[in-house]
Every structure is written in structure tokens, then in C-alpha cells.
Design a binder for this molecule. Structure first.
Ligand code: UDP
Ligand code: MN
Length: 297
């Protein structure tokens, strides 16, 4: 244990797992989560989205939260200049929508009174037992911000309070997952709960995961602890070796302009498992029902 811990050991029930999603991914991404790691952390996992989906909500035991963050927009024929303006507007709308979601996630977590808040994107595979053994090493009564940056350097932004000056801080990429201890979450409340997260996000005009880093590193002067076992699709996922899989906490996948960034593992066919997450799940947890037909060497 890092830091003294006279508490009872952390169990899965002490962890709040919060997944950010959006209506268009309910079928593709959430169904994949349901078929894989979700079975290991049903009661602990909540999904934060932007539209109603009664059927999915029922399947998730009422854990689908409609944040009502985005509103519809009308489509018009646009001149090129207007298109640029609108792009700008959409970007800020998305930023606002996402940080609104994060604000709702944080409020739910606060209400849950759990020891740890862990945020994931909906294209993340969570190795649930590994997450638990990781968090058991840290005392939730101390301030911990665990995650993995995607930049090799701190993020630099201009300091609005001191014109001409810059501030620099590290942040954990939301797409790799990050966890915050309760002690730290309580200190973040003045900047992050009760709608204030959006105000903070608007002040620095950055995405929600950067805002988290800004609050913790810059405003609260606590530091990010880098966990190498968290992996977003901003890393080359095929570099993770087969024998290292069990030790990793999160994985992801992506497809940009036709190019896949996925784990390089054998298993189900590419047609059946383009993201490789079903195969990963069966390598980690071979006794699962979904793994009955898993091809083994
Ligand atoms: N997302 C969202 N609203 C949107 C678009 C994306 O909440 O309008 C969420 C999405 O569900 C995911 C995260 O934001 O959890 C990142 O989205 P995505 O993986 O599509 O993009 P990335 O930023 O990783 O390229
Ligand atoms: Mn992503």
C-alpha cells in the first residue's frame, strides 16, 4: 500500500465506473461492452449519454443516464464562410456537451459515496480485476489522480488571469481511463460539482479530460500518477505483447480513415471481432459463455 491504509481493503463495490457515451454509439459500442467486461462490474458501472433508450436502460439495470446535454440543430445550406463559423460553433458545442456529461458523472459519483471515481470512454475495455488490484494499492483517503497522458509533455495554455503568462499541467487522456480518489474528488468539488465543471471548462476552453487535469494539477496543485497499464487508441495498441495482456488495466481500439489501431491478437475472425475486444475478453476470461466457441491453439 502506498501511504498507510488502516481501512478495510477496497472491493469492487467501492469503485464507481463511469462510461461516457452518445446515442449513436448505443448499439455499436455499448453492446460490445455488454458482451465483454460489463458482466464483471454490472452494479458498479453507469453510462452517461445524451438521449433516451428505454431498452438499453432496462438491459443496464437502469444505469443509463440521459444527461440532456446536447440539443438538436437545424441544417441549412451554408456558404463556405458560414460553414467555418458553424464548425467552430459545433466544436464548442461538443466541448460544452462533453464537459456537461463529465459534470453529471461527477455529481452521480459524489452521491454514491464510493472510494474511487473511474472514468472511461465507450471504446475502452476494462480489465476489472486488474483495476481493483491497482486501486487496492492506493489509499482513497489520500489525493490520487491515476491515469496516462497521451502527450509527452505537459499541456500549455495561456493564463487568462495573468496576460502574457502560460500555465502548464499534465492530464490523463479520457480515452485511456482515469481514476480519482474520494479525498481528491471532494477537493475538486468547488470547481467540478454542481454545474461548476462547465464553468471551469469554459474558462480554459479545452475538452473535459484536460479540464480535469487543469483542476487537479493547476488549481489544486496535486499531481497525476502515471499508470502505464492504461491504454488509449492514441497509442500503438499492436505493440502490447500477448504475455502482457493480463497485467494491463484498459485497452481501446480505433479506426481512422480506414486504418485500424487494434490489439494484435489471435482469436475470433476479423469479421466477427474487428475491434479484437471479444478475443481479448476470451483470452483473459476463457470460461465466459461468449467464449465457448473461442478458437484456441
Ligand atoms: N462522445 C460524446 N458525444 C459526441 C461524440 C463522442 O459523448 O458527440 C463520446 C464518445 O462516446 C466517447 C468519447 O466521447 O466516449 C470519445 O469519442 P470518440 O471515441 O468517438 O472520439 P475520439 O476523441 O476518441 O477520437
Ligand atoms: Mn475514442
Amino acid at each position: 500500500i502506498i501511504g498507510t491504509n488502516k481501512e478495510t481493503p477496497t472491493t469492487l463495490r467501492d469503485i464507481f465506473i463511469s462510461v461516457k457515451t452518445t446515442s449513436k454509439y448505443h448499439v455499436s459500442r455499448i453492446r460490445l461492452i455488454q458482451k465483454t467486461w460489463y458482466a464483471l462490474a454490472r452494479d458498479e458501472t453507469y453510462f452517461f449519454t445524451d438521449g433516451d433508450d428505454k431498452e438499453l436502460n432496462k438491459d443496464l439495470g437502469g444505469h443509463l443516464v440521459n444527461t440532456n446535454c446536447t440539443t438538436g440543430h437545424s441544417r441549412r445550406a451554408l456558404s463556405c464562410k458560414m460553414a467555418v463559423e458553424i464548425d467552430f460553433y459545433m466544436a464548442s458545442r461538443k466541448r460544452r456537451a462533453l464537459s456537461c456529461k463529465m459534470a453529471v458523472e461527477i455529481n452521480f459519483y459524489m452521491a454514491s459515496r464510493k472510494r474511487w471515481f473511474c472514468h472511461l470512454d465507450d471504446d475502452v475495455y476494462l480489465n476489472v480485476p486488474r483495476l481493483l488490484s491497482l486501486l487496492q494499492k492506493y489509499n482513497h483517503k489520500q489525493d490520487w489522480y491515476l491515469g496516462k497522458p497521451s502527450l509527452r509533455h505537459p499541456l500549455e495554455v495561456i493564463d487568462r488571469e495573468n496576460p502574457g503568462m502560460k500555465i502548464a499541467f499534465w492530464f490523463a487522456t479520457g480515452g485511456a481511463g482515469f481514476c480519482i480518489s474520494r479525498s481528491l474528488a471532494l477537493k475538486m468539488a468547488p470547481y467540478a460539482s454542481g454545474g461548476r465543471f462547465m464553468t471551469t471548462a469554459e474558462q480554459i476552453r479545452l475538452p473535459d479530460d484536460c479540464t480535469i487535469g487543469y483542476i487537479i494539477e493547476h488549481l489544486l496543485k496535486r499531481h497525476l500518477t502515471i499508470i502505464d497499464q492504461f491504454h488509449s487508441h492514441l497509442e500503438a495498441l499492436y505493440l502490447i505483447k500477448r504475455h502482457q495482456l493480463e497485467k494491463q488495466v484498459t485497452f481501446s481500439y480505433s479506426k481512422y480513415s480506414g486504418k485500424l489501431n487494434v490489439l494484435n491478437i489471435d482469436g475470433f475472425s476479423v469479421e466477427e471481432d474487428p475491434t479484437r475486444l471479444k478475443s481479448l475478453h476470451c483470452i483473459l476470461f476463457p470460461t465466459f459463455h461468449e467464449c465457448q466457441d473461442f478458437p484456441r491453439e
